[in-house]
Write a protein that binds this ligand. Structure first.
Ligand code: AMP
Length: 426
């Protein structure tokens, strides 16, 4: 049989993996800049972690999880998102007891959701996310939002908008839940089966429904922002004031409720109108979660975070081939003796930090020059019988087309002198 990758998965072939590395590097640089440290948690966890934290009325948990029993009949799930794992590790390793009360983490890696593939949706996709744990402070909400905006701006995305909303605290959410139920009750029989379930368990989710989104009752649903308690309102006002002071543009979007259950207070999304992304696409989002850590058996520690879909971020990175991606040297041996010598030289050059490769196919000059060209080699190093005998190599600069005979012991200094202007890989 012919094998193909499972539906909804994508091979990242070597012609684009360089671009992925570029994105990862840019993200890591910004994280260092914000003093945010990487945490790597397992790709699978006990299923209960996700049902507990994400919420068992959400689409992610009810329909989209990759769940299976392992050989000991434990229910295991491939992670659909990154926050739960970080929160679990934070509790398990008692990181809340560290002297620094505010702990800031980031993660990057594959996530798994059983969704209908297509239109930017995959079953294995990648997220980059940040979690800031330890403080219920509007300053930290804003640090998180500014960081998220910084990432998309660093990618060169234009027309980026920060959409924010507040879901309020426990008290606000309870009053709001009652208001929602009162609003939806008369039309309940016209809503989809899922929404009828949500009505009892979590009416907030009805606002997120993809099936009923055009039902007229959605239009004038009560807004969370009108049900905020005094302290929740103060928190949100401070967030807005800080964003104003920093001159970060934002829109208060009262329809924004986010798909996961654990959010409270501030929620936000980054939406781009850049033509590359398509009008109004969500690049990522996040929000505050104040009960998640205690839900998972930890103390009452608040947190705030965000996640970006990395496939979306990749769309933003230009396709420009970077000149500096070329090889410093492509070694072109002609014959077995030359090849033996080339192996010696290439090992020595790589140890000296030069990027190089050599012909392994025993081709003639013409074929080897083609490879040098495809790899954008700065130098072609030609080694024939004559060169072996004389203990020299023939260095051809592929930019100036100049050829120079260089004694074996002078190769490194010759290349270094040439790169003095400083455009080879460190
Ligand atoms: P969420 O964790 O649902 O808030 O998603 C955060 C971001 O991850 C979204 O804005 C998307 O960019 C990305 N994302 C979520 N699900 C998928 C998927 N199935 N395929 C590709 N990207 C996704």
């Amino acid at each position: 049989m012919a094998y193909s990758a499972p539906r909804g998965t994508v091979d990242i072939l070597s012609d684009v993996s360089g671009k992925w590395q570029e994105l990862e590097q840019l993200i890591r640089t910004i994280c260092v800049n914000y003093n945010v440290k990487e945490m790597r948690t397992p790709i699978f966890e006990h299923t209960e972690l996700f049902t507990r934290s994400i919420g068992d009325t959400t689409d992610v948990v009810t329909k989209e999880m990759y769940t299976f029993d392992d050989k000991k009949k434990r229910s295991i799930t491939l992670r659909p998102e990154g926050t739960a794992g970080i929160a679990r590790a934070y509790v398990e390793h008692k990181l809340y007891a560290l002297p620094e009360k505010l702990q800031k983490y980031y993660y990057m890696g594959p996530m798994f959701r059983y969704e209908r593939p297509g239109n930017g949706r995959q079953r294995q996709f990648h997220q980059f996310g940040v979690e800031m744990l330890g403080l219920e402070s509007p300053y930290v909400d804003v640090e998180c939002m500014v960081m998220a905006v910084t990432v998309v701006e660093a990618l060169g995305l234009r027309n980026v908008k920060l959409h924010i909303n507040s879901l309020g605290d426990e008290e606000s959410r309870n009053t709001y839940r009652e208001a929602l139920k009162k609003h939806f009750a008369p039309a309940l029989s016209e809503l989809c089966f899922d929404c009828q379930q949500r009505f009892e368990k979590n009416p907030l989710r009805i606002l997120d429904c993809k099936v009923d989104k055009d039902h007229p009752i959605m239009n004038n649903a009560p807004k969370t922002i009108d049900y905020l308690s005094e302290s929740a309102k103060n928190h949100f006002d401070k967030v807005c004031a800080l964003l104003d002071d920093l001159e970060i543009e934002y829109v208060i979007d009262t329809n924004l409720v986010r798909g996961l259950d654990y959010y409270s207070h501030t929620v936000f999304e980054i939406i781009s109108d850049d033509p590359q992304m398509g009008q109004g696409s969500t690049v990522g989002g996040g929000g505050r979660y104040n009960t998640l850590i205690s839900e998972l058996g930890g103390p009452e520690v608040p947190g705030v975070g965000f996640a970006f879909g990395m496939e979306r971020l990749m769309l933003a990175l230009g396709n420009a081939q970077n000149e500096e991606d070329g090889l410093d040297v492509y070694l072109m041996p002609l014959g077995e003796q030359a090849k033996d010598l080339a192996v010696q030289i290439i090992t020595m050059l790589r140890a000296n930090g030069f990027t190089c490769d050599m012909d392994q196919c025993d081709r003639g000059l013409k074929g080897q020059f083609k490879s040098a060209d495809r790899y954008h080699a700065h130098f072609s190093m030609i080694i024939g019988d004559e060169e072996v005998k004389k203990e020299v190599v023939n260095m051809k600069c592929n930019h100036s087309k100049e050829q120079t005979e260089v004694a074996l012991e002078n190769i490194v200094s010759f290349i270094e002198e040439h790169f003095e202007g400083g455009h080879h890989h460190e």
